[in-house]
Write a protein that binds this ligand. Structure first.
Ligand code: AHM
Ligand code: MG
Length: 340
């Protein structure tokens, strides 16, 4: 595919790679593209809240202002529901999954979607990049029946597609349907995403580590050992650098381009970790593997974990292969789990 082709063209051209394709996945990706542009428009206005009115207030046009994460959730929900593309959605913003019927009252659609509509939203007030994360599976309940929780609790390796939108200095949509990872940059003047980063890959070795080091004393011993290992390497003259935005999508995006590792481990304060398996870790792990990187919970591959709850949390180690392998090796010295 030529660089500078549009996302719309790319989606259509790739449809033919899936034998027996019904076009549903293409329609789904197109709906995400549309919702992303609407959310992008609103995120870009966030700095004007003092002028236009903050969440919970009524703005000067008399419109009620919503918190941006709620707004993003509503936009993605509405765009996908009204177009009758998916048969169910689970969102980090909703307590339970939502069953979606077609206008004929049937439950005939093939795919379910899971999403974190606005990840890292605490960064909005300070004008730092945030993101949307999405993940797509084929339903396992028979067509025609309403989807059940089991459809959403599939292992990450069953994902058909996953991606994110990063609302940054440029807005980018990055996704994979299992044939590599491709990045598209939005030209805001005309509202079109162009293929700017075909076949994205994590460099095998990296020198960036992204972790909230303030929690050091609460980390498992394997993670402390990894940080000490990095310090020793620096002493020996190797270059490592710490970069932590506190916005998973942005940290992941930078590490994929430059080479690095993102770690959100368990801690004595949060023994299960912070990030959500279904909405954050599985899609990012799918992208990481498609981009020649790795993602584990410190011991096992994220994509092999059998989910048991919708909002399940897991520790997350994700990025360049050599770095994720190294920390895994050090974690392996404590096979019974955390030794804080
Ligand atoms: P959120 O889903 O509530 O936004 O939390 C997820 C975010 C990630 O984007 C980010 O990497 C992490 O939380 C930062 O957490 P912390 O502030 O504990 O370092
Ligand atoms: Mg989140």
């Amino acid at each position: 595919m030529k660089k500078h082709s549009t996302l719309g063209e790319f989606i259509i051209n790739n449809q033919s790679h899936f034998s027996g394709s019904s076009g549903e996945l293409s329609r789904l990706l197109n709906a995400i593209r549309l919702a992303a542009k609407v959310v992008n428009h609103e995120v870009n206005k966030a700095g004007l809240v003092d002028i236009l009115g903050a969440a919970g207030e009524t703005n000067i046009q008399g419109e009620d202002q919503q918190k941006l994460d709620v707004y993003a959730n509503d936009i993605f929900m509405q765009t996908l529901t009204k177009r009758e593309i998916v048969c169910g959605i689970a969102s980090e913003e909703e307590d339970d999954f939502v069953v979606i019927k077609g206008s004929n009252g049937n439950n005939d659609n093939k795919y379910i979607l899971l999403m974190d509509p606005l990840d890292g939203s605490s960064n909005i007030d300070v004008n730092v990049s945030v993101g949307t994360i999405f993940s797509v599976y084929e339903r396992i309940t028979p067509k025609g029946q309403p989807v059940t929780k089991a459809d959403f609790l599939q292992k990450g390796k069953k994902q058909v597609a996953a991606g994110y939108i990063v609302y940054g200095t440029s807005t980018m949509l990055v996704y994979s349907t299992g044939r590599g990872v491709h990045g598209f940059t939005l030209n805001p003047a005309i509202g079109t995403f162009y293929l700017s980063h075909p076949n994205m890959e994590f460099p095998r070795k990296g020198n960036i580590y992204s972790i909230n080091e303030a929690n050091y004393v609460h980390f498992p011993q394997g993670v402390k050992d990894y940080l000490k290992y990095i310090q020793k390497k620096v002493e020996e003259g190797q270059k490592y650098t710490s970069r932590y935005i506190g916005s998973l999508v942005s940290d992941f995006h930078r590490n994929m381009i430059k080479g690095g590792i993102y770690i959100y481990p368990t801690s004595s304060k949060s023994p299960k970790g912070k990030l959500r398996l279904l909405y954050e870790c599985n899609p990012m792990a799918f992208l990481a593997e498609q981009a020649n990187g790795m993602a584990t919970d410190g011991y096992q591959r994220i994509l092999d974990i059998q989910p048991t709850e919708l909002h399940q949390r897991v520790p997350f180690f994700c990025g360049s292969r050599s770095m994720v392998s190294k920390v895994g090796e050090l974690m392996g010295a404590y096979p019974d789990g955390a030794d804080y």
